[in-house]
Design a protein around this ligand. Structure first.
Ligand SMILES: [Zn+2]
Ligand SMILES: [Zn+2]
Length: 445
C-alpha cells in the first residue's frame, strides 16, 4: 500500500515536473518567435486587411505541424493540433494594427502607410502589441508541438482579425468557428501593456474589463449664411450644448462609485467660417462594468441628445446609432484559481499579481458569450528599469495605442511564451469532465 502510494506520488511529481516548462525548451523556439515579431512589427496591417500577417502566421504554424485553415471570418486563421483524447483548449491572438504613426525611434519601427477604408492615407503601427501576441502564440505552438508526450487533447490556435474594430471575433464565430471546428472547453488569451514590468503577469478573476459601446450622433439643423443666424438652426451650437449636457450623465445621473465613462471622441461639422452647416456629427465611446449602468447611460444619451435638438427647434430629430459594442470580458474565477499556481511555478511567485479590472475593452467576450469559459490576462511589457523610474517620478509610460508604445520585447516575449505554455500544458493535462465541472458555475454568474 505504502509502496503503491509512493509510486503514485513519484508518477505525479513526474507529471508536475514534465509540466513545468524549461528555459531550454523556450530558448529553442525563441529565435523563430522573435524573427516573426520583427517582421510583423515592420509590416503592420489595418483591421480586416491582415492578409500578409495571416499568411505568415499560417505558414509558420503549418510548418510546425498544425492543420491550418485560412480565411475564417475574413482573414482569420484556425490551427489545430490533435494529440489523443482530452480537452480542446483554444489560444487566441489578434492580427490587426492601428492607424498610428510610430514615433518610438526603434531601428525596426514601422514606416508603413496605407489607405484606410474611407480612402484616406494613414500611417500604420502595431501600437497595441498584437505583434507580440502573435509571436508568443507561434513560440507556444512550437514548444507544444515539440513536447507532445507531456500533454493530451486538442490544441486550437486562432489568429483573429479586426479586434480593434470589435468585429473580428464575431466574424469568426459567424463563419463557423465553433461549428466547423470543435468548440473549446476553455479559451485563453493575453494582452501586453505598460502597466506592469516585463517578466510579470496580472490575473483579474471575474470582470476583467468594460462593456464598450460606440455611438454615432448626427444632429440636423438648417444651414445658411454665417451672418444671418436668425435664418438658420445652427447644429454646431446644438452639438456644443449636447456635449456639455452629456457630461452630466456620469456626474449627476449615475450612482457615485459606479464605473462609467462617456467620451465624445470627435465632432465633425462645417466647412468654412461664414457658413452655418446643416448637420453636425459626433462619435462617442461609453464604458461600464455593469449592464444596468450601461442601459441607463445609453438611454440618457438618447434622451439628452433629442432634448437639446428639440430645445433648439431642430427641423428633424437627431439620429443616434450604436454601431459597435462588446461586453466586458469575464474571467472564470475557478479557472483563474486553477491556473495561478502553474503560472507562479513558471514565472516565480512574486511575478504573478492580482489586478483590478481595466477600462479598455475587447471582443474576446464574444467567445465567452458562446459558453466557452475564458482566461484572459495581462502581460507586463514595460522595461523594468524605465517602469521603476516612471513609478518613482509619479508618471506613466506610454500606453497601448500611443505612437511611443514599445514593449521591452525580449523579456516580454519570453514571459508570454512561458506563460502560454504553462497555462496550456496545465489545461491539456486535465480531462474534459474535470474542466467542465470546474467551470460549471460560469453560466450562473
Ligand atoms: Zn489590443
Ligand atoms: Zn488596442
Amino acid at each position: 500500500m505504502i509502496r503503491s502510494s509512493l509510486l503514485l506520488f513519484a508518477s505525479l511529481s513526474a507529471v508536475a515536473l514534465a509540466q513545468a516548462p524549461t528555459a531550454k525548451e523556450i530558448e529553442k523556439v525563441y529565435p523563430d518567435a522573435h524573427a516573426l515579431y520583427l517582421d510583423l512589427h515592420q509590416n503592420p496591417e489595418l483591421s480586416a486587411h491582415e492578409t500578409q500577417t495571416a499568411a505568415k502566421l499560417a505558414a509558420r504554424l503549418r510548418s510546425s505541424g498544425y492543420d491550418v485553415t485560412e480565411h475564417v471570418g475574413g482573414t482569420g486563421i484556425v490551427a489545430m493540433l490533435k494529440n489523443g483524447e482530452g480537452p480542446t483548449i483554444m489560444l487566441r491572438t489578434e492580427l490587426d494594427a492601428l492607424p498610428v504613426e510610430e514615433k518610438t525611434g526603434l531601428p525596426y519601427a514601422s514606416k508603413v502607410r496605407t489607405k484606410d477604408d474611407a480612402g484616406r492615407e494613414v500611417p500604420v503601427m502595431h501600437a497595441c502589441g498584437h505583434d507580440l501576441h502573435m509571436a508568443a502564440l507561434l513560440g507556444t505552438a512550437e514548444v507544444l508541438a515539440h513536447s507532445k508526450d507531456t500533454w493530451h487533447g486538442t490544441l486550437m490556435l486562432i489568429g483573429q482579425p479586426a479586434e480593434e474594430t470589435i468585429s473580428g471575433a464575431d466574424g469568426m464565430i459567424r463563419d463557423g468557428l465553433f461549428t466547423r471546428f470543435p468548440k473549446p472547453d476553455v479559451a485563453v488569451a493575453l494582452h501586453v501593456n505598460n502597466e506592469l514590468p516585463a517578466g510579470m503577469v496580472a490575473i483579474t478573476p471575474g470582470i476583467y474589463n468594460t462593456n464598450a459601446d460606440s455611438v454615432r450622433i448626427v444632429i440636423y439643423g438648417k444651414g445658411g449664411h454665417g451672418a444671418a443666424p436668425n435664418a438658420t438652426v445652427d447644429p454646431i451650437v446644438i452639438a456644443a450644448r449636447t456635449i456639455l449636457a452629456l457630461q452630466t450623465i456620469t456626474s449627476r445621473e449615475v450612482k457615485p462609485g459606479e464605473m462609467a465613462v462617456v467620451t465624445v471622441g470627435y465632432v465633425h461639422a462645417g466647412t468654412k467660417n461664414n457658413i452655418i452647416p446643416d448637420q453636425a456629427e459626433m462619435g462617442l465611446t461609453v464604458r461600464t462594468y455593469k449592464q444596468d449602468v450601461r442601459k441607463q447611460i445609453l438611454s440618457a444619451i438618447t434622451r439628452i441628445t433629442k432634448g437639446e435638438a428639440a430645445a433648439a427647434d431642430a427641423p428633424r430629430e437627431p439620429s443616434i446609432e450604436r454601431y459597435e459594442g462588446t461586453d466586458a470580458v469575464y474571467n472564470d474565477p475557478a479557472l483563474a484559481q486553477r491556473l495561478r499556481p502553474p503560472l507562479e511555478a513558471a514565472l516565480g511567485k512574486g511575478n504573478v499579481v492580482i489586478a483590478e479590472p481595466i477600462t479598455p475593452s475587447e471582443d474576446f467576450s464574444y467567445f465567452v458569450e458562446q459558453g466557452v469559459p475564458g482566461f484572459y490576462f495581462s502581460l507586463g511589457g514595460a522595461d523594468p528599469e524605465k517602469f521603476a523610474q516612471a513609478k518613482a517620478a509619479g508618471t506613466m509610460l506610454p500606453s497601448n495605442h500611443s505612437p511611443l508604445f514599445a514593449p521591452d520585447v525580449d523579456p516580454a516575449l519570453h514571459t508570454g511564451i512561458f506563460r502560454n505554455f504553462a497555462v496550456l500544458r496545465n489545461l491539456l493535462n486535465a480531462s474534459t469532465e474535470e474542466l467542465r465541472k470546474l467551470t460549471a458555475e460560469q453560466s450562473s454568474r
